[in-house]
Design a protein around this ligand. Structure first.
Ligand SMILES: *Cc1c(COP(=O)(O)O)cnc(C)c1O
Length: 387
């Protein structure tokens, strides 16, 4: 048994994450699809990254170069991809720490080329194509121009194309849009005579398409975060068979427990966040207040593991209907978290991170557990001044 740490805390079961990573690596690999594991929801935790690598993952992606830097400096050996188009002001760090980046802007690719040539460190480019989700991506009609110019540049190597769906607009991966990406890949290979190794079809939302399509076409790569960490596909948040959905447990402590009315006698004004709250009158209830709040977690993304109900929250208080649950002041209550609750809890300096080991982790791997620590590391990084 590990010793109990303070609340609120996020307990991270490395064994379950490792199991999920291994299972998905095998599942996708069985049809020739390689996986870049995405670590943004755990802020690039080296402890998590190490477990991913121990379980067959050889490529890690994160949108924050600071997270990639932290993993590299902790000695994680993997291919690192920056999965967001680089900030022009950070191209030097991107070339230094990432092997590959996802790109949509020729001007940025040119800066990467300059840095890569200067450092003598080749940098891989995946061009992102817009196929309907309307977040990042080059319009298919404009892809040729960016591609041709990229092929001319020193220091950068075009390793593939990709797309991202189901993130911003909720457009799902289908036979049609995946087929379109495959067709684009075929056209590029034929026209330019280049191998175009990586055809990256998307993220955890591609699961249902992957398991049901008779033909994957040219798609041979996915970038997977949530399915590894939380065991779910992301179109309907269904559990993926055989995966753990409870690798993360958020624990908070009860600081008040009293019989109180469920609804205020006279409301109608704004709450602390400028909303006008609506209350369901359940008469007098057993109300519990927990020391955690909106600053620490996406409250709507918390699901209690016992029979109590979340009624609402402010910055630092969570209000529950404790029903008949066996809780008192000082009790701890455990919650499942969804992706946004996980992300926020990981980023909160007030939430302690407690790792439960899958296997002994080398002592030299130090984990920044709080935002101030993480920020301190980031601030050491030089501000970029690439040409
Ligand atoms: C976050 C992200 C992913 C991973 O998404 P999941 O839903 O966590 O699998 C993949 N690609 C890009 C570009 C992302 O930003």
């Amino acid at each position: 048994m590990t010793t109990r740490m303070g609340a609120p805390r996020l307990e991270i079961d490395l064994g379950k994450i490792g199991h999920n990573a291994r299972a998905l690596h095998r599942l996708f690999g069985a049809r020739g699809v390689s996986v870049t594991a995405v670590t943004k929801a755990v802020l690039g935790s080296p402890r998590v990254a190490e477990v991913l690598v121990e379980n067959g993952i050889t490529a890690i992606g994160d949108p924050q170069i600071e997270n990639i830097r932290r993993m590299k400096e902790a000695g994680i050996e993997a291919e690192f991809t920056l999965i967001r188009s680089p900030m022009p002001s950070q191209t030097r760090q991107v070339v230094q720490y990432a092997d590959i980046s996802l790109n949509t802007e020729l001007g940025v690719i040119k800066r990467l080329s300059g840095c890569a040539a200067e450092k003598g460190k080749p940098h891989g480019i995946i061009l992102m194509v817009e196929l309907g989700d309307l977040r990042e991506g080059i319009m298919p009609s404009e892809l040729g121009e960016t591609l041709e110019e990229t092929l001319e540049l020193n220091g950068v190597e075009l390793v593939g194309i990709g797309t991202n769906l189901a993130c911003y607009s909720g457009v799902k991966p289908t036979e049609e849009n995946m087929g379109e990406l495959s067709a684009i890949a075929d056209r590029i290979r034929n026209r330019y005579g280049i191998p175009l190794e990586v055809i990256s079809g998307g993220n955890s939302a591609n699961y249902q398409w992957f398991v049901s399509t008779p033909d994957l076409g040219q798609i041979n790569h996915l970038r997977i975060g949530e399915s590894i960490l939380l065991g779910r596909e992301t179109l309907h948040r269904d559990r993926i068979p055989g995966l753990h959905t409870d690798a993360f447990t958020l624990v908070a402590e009860v600081i008040e427990l009293k019989m109180k009315p469920s609804a205020p006698a006279d409301a109608g004004c704004q709450d602390a966040f400028g909303n006008r709250p609506v209350f369901e009158d359940r008469g007098t209830i057993r109300k519990a207040i927990l020391a955690i709040g909106k600053q620490d977690v996406e409250v709507a993304g918390m699901t209690p593991r016992i029979d109590v109900e979340v009624l609402g929250a402010t910055s630092d208080h969570l209000v529950l209907d404790a029903k008949d649950a066996d809780v008192r002041v000082g009790s701890e209550i455990a919650f499942d978290v969804n992706y946004s609750a996980l992300l926020r809890a990981m980023a909160s300096p007030y939430v302690t991170k407690q790792y439960r080991d899958a296997s002994p982790v080398p002592a030299e791997i130090s984990v920044p557990v709080s935002v101030p620590e993480a920020l301190a590391q980031i601030c050491e990084a030089q501000v970029d001044s690439c040409p």
